[in-house]
Every structure is written in structure tokens, then in C-alpha cells.
Design a protein around this ligand. Sequence first.
Ligand code: FES
Length: 108
Amino acid sequence: MAGRIDRHPILGKRKAKEEVEIIFNGKKIKAEKGEMIAAALQAKGIRIHRYTIKNKEPRGVFCGIGQCTDCAMEVNGQPNVRTCVTPVEAGMVINTQYGLNRDGDNID
Ligand code: FES
């Protein structure tokens, strides 16, 4: 399910926020300024952040607090960025990560 919660029973109506443009796998998408990369991707229905090296299994947000590495992606050429705790920046280039990172570390 993609999208955002516009009206919450406790928090009320969502306030509009300034948008920035980021690039995901070569495609421009809008994100809210200051939100985490993972939140921006979730809002667009993007759930797969990386694939494991051994079994090529997809991984996405699991803990949401920067502890598990399942949300790791390549951001601005840097592999293994935990997208659940990294805020978006205008023009950021985000790519799905496949298996081994550029440093040769396996984060299966
Ligand atoms: S979801 Fe666990 S580190 Fe991001």
C-alpha cells in the first residue's frame, strides 16, 4: 500500500510540508523535506531496498531504528546507508543495493 496517512485519529490532519526531489533507480520522485529516505520510499510504495548476496532475497524496512541493516541502500554512491535513519536531501541519488557492497562487505 502506497501513500501517506492524511488524517490520523489522534494526530489529526497531516500538515503539508516542503517537498524536495530525489532520484530512485534513475527515476525522479518527490519526498518531504526532512523525512527519512525509507519513509519517502514507503510513501511511493517502494518496499525493496536491497537484495542479499547468497539467495538474492529482497530486504526492506524491518526495525526502522537503524539496527538491522535490512534497509541499506546505495546513496550518492555510498553503499550500506541505513535509509530508515538517513534524512532525504534535494537531489539525492538512491539505488537498490545488490549483495556485496563496494567495500566487499557482505551484509546478508
Ligand atoms: S530498518 Fe533496520 S536498520 Fe533500517
